[in-house]
Design a protein around this ligand. Structure first.
Ligand SMILES: NC(=O)c1ccc[n+]([C@@H]2O[C@H](COP(=O)([O-])OP(=O)(O)OC[C@H]3O[C@@H](n4cnc5c(N)ncnc54)[C@H](OP(=O)(O)O)[C@@H]3O)[C@@H](O)[C@H]2O)c1
Length: 299
């Protein structure tokens, strides 16, 4: 494994977010110098005193709330592209872009459209479109691009559907479950920041297979996840079985509704593609334990 400690600073956009905060903490603990970039009113970041020695990580964007297509275009597409343009101007060597596992399966043709096709949810489209535009820009300008497509992140600052699941469990609410539930991929925050760290320091040849699809093995079905979380919270799991035909019916709903109901509509996860030579430091169970511990403290 060829690793080199970057001689310069790591510039981080979205450093105040869940992943950005954990990444900054981790890199500083490892003795690396990080710079949290600031954004203006238009969500544009300025590369402060960037030099060719710096590397850039883009963790910025709208991730946990529904937004308009215009907001996704501004924050999830224009923002990383603007960062890449500034980075190539000063000669930054490597850009790591936090995309999402949800970008998988969206074709270059669909991502090439100015607005998302009807049956694709705008968040997933915005991530795939950003990937496409970044690839074009970076290829033309000699900037190394690493695209990371993480699954849902579990961290002690748990939010969104995972928090709802934990809250439902502690309140004793039954979980609606379809009979055949595909596994739901998750990645622990420690493993994700470790992968980002690795992609910052590994040899250029090792990032050739980007985009990397990151999740912890084995992905659990919602029922298994619910059972595991119940065990950790010492609660008895309660499920409400739903009829099988409901899944087929749900797939005919508009994209917005499908996004809201996504916990019920799991597709099998795409194969994991990890950076060659990188090993996740923790197992899935340890990542879930860290999440449950954080939930207990704040919940
Ligand atoms: N968390 C997950 O489960 C997950 C899974 C897959 C992919 N991702 C991707 O990973 C990235 C980081 O996720 P995260 O969980 O750290 O998200 P987060 O906690 O919401 O943080 C996102 C950060 O982006 C910046 N930002 C820029 N424009 C924004 C806007 N218009 N609205 C809100 N924030 C804006 C903010 O940073 P500053 O205020 O510091 O500038 C914010 O703290 C996102 O791009 C997300 O799509 C996340």
């Amino acid at each position: 494994m060829k690793l080199q400690k970057p001689s310069g600073r790591i510039l981080i956009a979205g450093a105040g977010g869940g992943i950005g905060t954990a990444l900054c903490q981790h890199l500083r603990t490892c003795g690396m110098e990080t710079v949290a970039l600031r954004r203006d009113r238009n969500d544009r970041y300025a590369l402060q005193e960037a030099t060719a020695k710096n590397s850039l990580v883009c963790c910025a964007g709208i991730a946990h709330r529904k937004a308009s297509i215009e907001a996704y275009q501004r924050s999830n597409i224009a923002t990383p592209l603007c960062l890449a343009r500034q980075a190539s101007r000063v000669g930054v060597k490597r850009l790591i872009f936090l995309s999402s596992i949800k970008a998988v399966g969206i074709s270059a043709e669909q991502a090439g459209l100015e607005t998302p096709p009807r049956r694709i949810d705008p968040y997933s489209w915005s991530k795939r479109r950003a990937e496409l535009l970044l690839e074009q820009h970076c290829r033309a300008n000699g900037l190394e691009l690493v695209v990371l497509r993480p699954a849902l992140v579990c961290s002690p600052q748990v939010r969104g559907n995972l928090r709802l699941l934990l809250q439902g469990l502690t309140w004793g609410l039954p979980l609606p479950l379809l009979p055949r539930q595909a596994p739901k991929p998750l990645i622990g925050i420690d493993n994700l920041v470790s992968a980002i760290h690795y992609c910052l320091i590994c040899d250029s040849r090792l990032i050739q297979e980007s985009p990397f699809i990151l999740y912890d093995e084995p992905p659990l079905s919602l029922a298994q996840l619910y059972e595991e979380l119940s065990r950790q919270l010492r609660r008895r799991p309660q499920v409400l079985p739903l009829p099988d035909g409901l899944a087929t019916w749900l797939t005919h709903l508009p994209a917005g509704l499908i996004q809201g109901l996504s916990p019920l509509l799991q597709q099998p996860p795409p194969p994991r593609i990890a950076p060659p030579g990188w090993q996740p430091p923790l197992g899935l169970a340890q990542g879930l334990e860290r999440m449950v511990e954080g939930f207990r403290q704040t919940g």
